[in-house]
Design a protein around this ligand. Structure first.
Ligand code: AMP
Ligand code: TRP
Length: 349
């Protein structure tokens, strides 16, 4: 194999990084927008690094015991969905100190004006931004560090993370410019597929989220087949039958959402789903969607429950993943300290 060419876009080998917060149980949104894509990228043979970002989770209050539990459950979901810890690196963020260390450097690169534009901060901080944690504000710099600690070049995420990835690119560019180096790659967001933004089952204009107070608004990866079917049956819709064309879903957010979910689960395009169900009533479409969701999700739930029987094994997998992650991140961090002018003369034992 020849040496990679030294230009900004080709100097870096393809490497994927992505993360999910263990701040609650995972939802169908996480599965279709993120997890399912993560597995596809792994299976395409690209080097893949996946992380349960526990340090991001504590930017809002987390009960310590629940956080531990949810981190294990998240890991179990990754594995149950098809992540193979031998082929992908799977770990939790706090076990690799490079994330926090690089985040500090990036706190000094990113500008307040950039942070002030982040819509997720505004959403999460709500009306009383004064009471939000400083960590919630700095969250995107930690996310940039997650990615850049590995010189990752591609990041599969759902639509809601687009702005954070633009900020990640800005941080990489500013770091390279400030220090006159070509050190960090400018990452490419991978926001792909029919379900990059799965919406609430109660309100098709709101994102499906693990933090929504209504459990009816989402499908959790821990839901039983009966719960999944009942939630889909009760999902908000309008009185019209499904249209003949995708264009006909415009201004019908609830219908559009269910069609997108069907497409995401079945690997059909939205066009194909519309063609299949053109003119159908929801009385026909919803049971078909419920059957599909149950068929796709229950094997994952069953496997998750089995894996959760052995938490020590999950911890072992996360620890082994963290060691592999550290092997990549540590030399990159040392170079960053060197570039920024830090003396590194301490012996490491
Ligand atoms: P989070 O749960 O906020 O840590 O999100 C983890 C990943 O899941 C990110 O890539 C998100 O973009 C994705 N994600 C979360 N909710 C949704 C949703 N409702 N639709 C599509 N993707 C989502
Ligand atoms: N901010 C992401 C979310 O809430 C999670 C995340 C943290 C992430 N670090 C990341 C995603 C790095 C991709 C890459 O969804």
């Amino acid at each position: 194999m020849s040496e990679p060419v030294q230009t900004p876009q080709t100097k870096f080998a393809p490497r994927i990084f992505s993360g999910i917060q263990p701040s609650g149980g995972l939802t169908l949104g996480n599965y279709l927008g993120a997890l399912k894509r993560f597995v596809q990228k792994q299976d395409e043979g690209i080097e893949t690094i996946y992380c349960l970002v526990d340090m991001h989770a504590i930017t809002v209050w987390q009960d310590p015991e629940k956080l531990r539990q949810q981190t294990r459950e998240g890991a179990a979901a990754f594995i149950a969905a098809g992540i193979d810890p031998a082929r992908s690196i799977l770990f939790n963020q706090s076990q690799v100190s490079a994330h926090a260390e690089l985040a500090w450097i990036f706190n000094c690169v990113a500008r307040l004006g950039w942070m002030n534009r982040m819509t997720q901060f505004k959403d999460k901080a709500g009306k009383n931004a004064e009471a939000a944690s400083l960590g919630l504000y700095a969250y995107p710099a930690l996310m940039a560090a997650d990615i850049m600690a590995y010189h990752a070049t591609m990041v599969p995420v759902g639509e809601d993370q687009k702005q954070h990835l633009e900020l990640t690119r800005d941080i990489a560019i500013k770091f390279n410019n400030d220090f006159g180096v070509d050190f960090f790659p400018v990452v490419e967001p991978l926001i792909e597929g029919a379900a990059t933004r799965v919406m609430s089952l109660r309100d098709g204009t709101k994102k499906m989220s693990k933090s929504d107070p209504s459990d009816q608004s989402r499908i959790n990866l821990t839901d039983t087949a009966d719960m999944i079917a009942a939630k889909i049956r009760k999902a908000k819709t309008d009185p019209e039958p499904l249209p003949e064309t995708v264009e006909g879903l415009k201004d019908r957010p609830d219908a559009r959402n269910l069609v997108n979910i069907y497409a995401g689960l079945s690997d059909l395009t939205v066009d194909q789903v519309v063609a299949e169900f053109a003119g159908a009533q929801f009385g026909t479409f919803k049971p078909a969607l419920a059957d599909l969701a149950v068929a796709k999700l229950t094997p994952i739930t069953t496997e998750m429950n089995r894996l959760m029987q052995d938490p020590a094994e999950i911890d072992r997998i996360l620890g082994a993943g963290a060691e592999r992650a550290d092997t990549i991140a540590h030399p990159i961090l040392e170079q960053v300290y060197d570039i920024t002018g830090m003396i590194r003369s301490r012996r490491r034992g």
